[in-house]
Design a protein around this ligand. Structure first.
Ligand SMILES: Cc1cc2nc3c(=O)[nH]c(=O)nc-3n(C[C@H](O)[C@H](O)[C@H](O)COP(=O)(O)OP(=O)(O)OC[C@H]3O[C@@H](n4cnc5c(N)ncnc54)[C@H](O)[C@@H]3O)c2cc1C
Length: 300
């Protein structure tokens, strides 16, 4: 690592994990660090929990399966999210009512500026909805993540489709929950190996309660989730879908026909085309609902 730091200290650079959440330019004039650090270690094991570390280049979903197969619980709702372990804290990945921050103990980073390895506790990561302090500290390269996982399963199956799927099984296990998540996701989300996409393209916007209430008065089916006493999160996917944009296509770009929050690249759309298409969707949402929806993936 220190050798890399010397080479890139004066260049533009970015860290590439699995490439599932980035929008790349046609040419990048700089250094790309492709993280391929592998290995999983059991750090400690008590009656209640296990501390387990995974190096940043491990495939996320393989790691989730490894934990379940070894009696460690908590990550099952995050099954089948593409990408690497090292990227998981960057945007605090989340799905089906669980965020990875709930299970991260600490993150090991290599700091390109100071050329030192540091351990960052979960409290210093400033995790929030699809966000962390890593997004504003590109000098920190994640090398390892340590997770605190439960020994006794505490399944989180509050999400609509999951409730339904698991109700068909008596005494569901974390593996059952994982299989249910995989089935739901496979039916709803495009496989990036087959059709280019970055998953959800927009954040669900967080608005004040008054705005949420007036939207709900006008659109009774709008999905709204409480964030705190004064703010609510509204479903960007619902708003796009309600505009009749599911399956809408413009040139190489389109809105996925099974999930309106996902934009798909049907051909060889460039970064400019992707962002122009995103702007069309953002404008339509703004005109109809008066709400700004921000882009989720990282634009390089
Ligand atoms: C079909 C599909 C479904 C998805 N579903 C979800 C979902 O349910 N929930 C969710 O939260 N996300 C989802 N995503 C987004 C994506 O899977 C996650 O953001 C994932 O964590 C990205 O991992 P990656 O290794 O591919 O990262 P990349 O796309 O390679 O990188 C993403 C960002 O992280 C940085 N980065 C990567 N590795 C490191 C590192 N080691 N150190 C420092 N910075 C690093 C990169 O520089 C970049 O800024 C989905 C994407 C797709 C394509």
């Amino acid at each position: 690592m220190p050798q890399i730091a010397n080479q890139i200290s004066n260049s533009k650079f970015f860290v590439l994990g699995g490439g599932s959440n980035i929008i790349l330019p046609e040419i990048f004039n700089g250094v790309v660090i492709h993280n391929q650090l592998l290995g999983i270690d059991l750090v400690s094991d008590t009656d209640d929990y296990v501390l387990v570390s995974a190096n940043a280049g491990e495939n996320w979903d393989s790691f989730v399966l490894y934990t379940i197969n070894n009696g460690m619980c908590g990550l099952e709702n995050l099954s089948l999210i593409p990408g690497t372990v090292g990227a998981s804290p960057i945007q605090n990945i989340g799905a089906y009512g669980v965020e990875v921050k709930d299970f991260i103990e600490s993150v090991e980073v290599f700091d390109i500026k100071s050329k030192q390895t540091k351990i960052i506790s979960k409290y210093e990561c400033s995790f929030s909805y699809r966000n962390s302090m890593f997004k504003t500290h590109p000098n920190l390269i994640v090398t390892k993540v340590t997770f605190r996982l439960l020994k006794t399963p505490k399944l989180n199956a509050r999400y609509g489709d999951l409730v339904h799927k698991l109700s068909e099984i008596s005494n569901p296990t974390p593996l059952d929950l994982r299989n249910a998540v995989i089935e739901i996701r496979s039916n709803k989300l495009p496989d990036p190996k087959i059709i280019a996409n970055v998953g959800s393209f927009f954040h669900n916007p967080v608005v004040d309660i008054a705005t949420a209430n007036s939207l709900k008065d006008k659109y009774s089916n709008l999905a709204v989730f409480a964030v705190d006493d004064t703010h609510s999160k509204v479903s960007a996917g619902w708003m796009i879908d309600n505009l009749g944009l599911k399956g809408y296509r413009l040139g190489n770009m389109g809105v996925y026909d099974k999930q309106a929050l996902v934009l798909v690249n049907h051909g060889a759309a460039t970064k400019t085309e992707v962002l122009e298409f995103a702007r069309v969707i953002q404008d339509r949402v703004w005109q109809e609902y008066g709400v700004v929806i921000n882009i989720e993936p990282i634009i390089i």
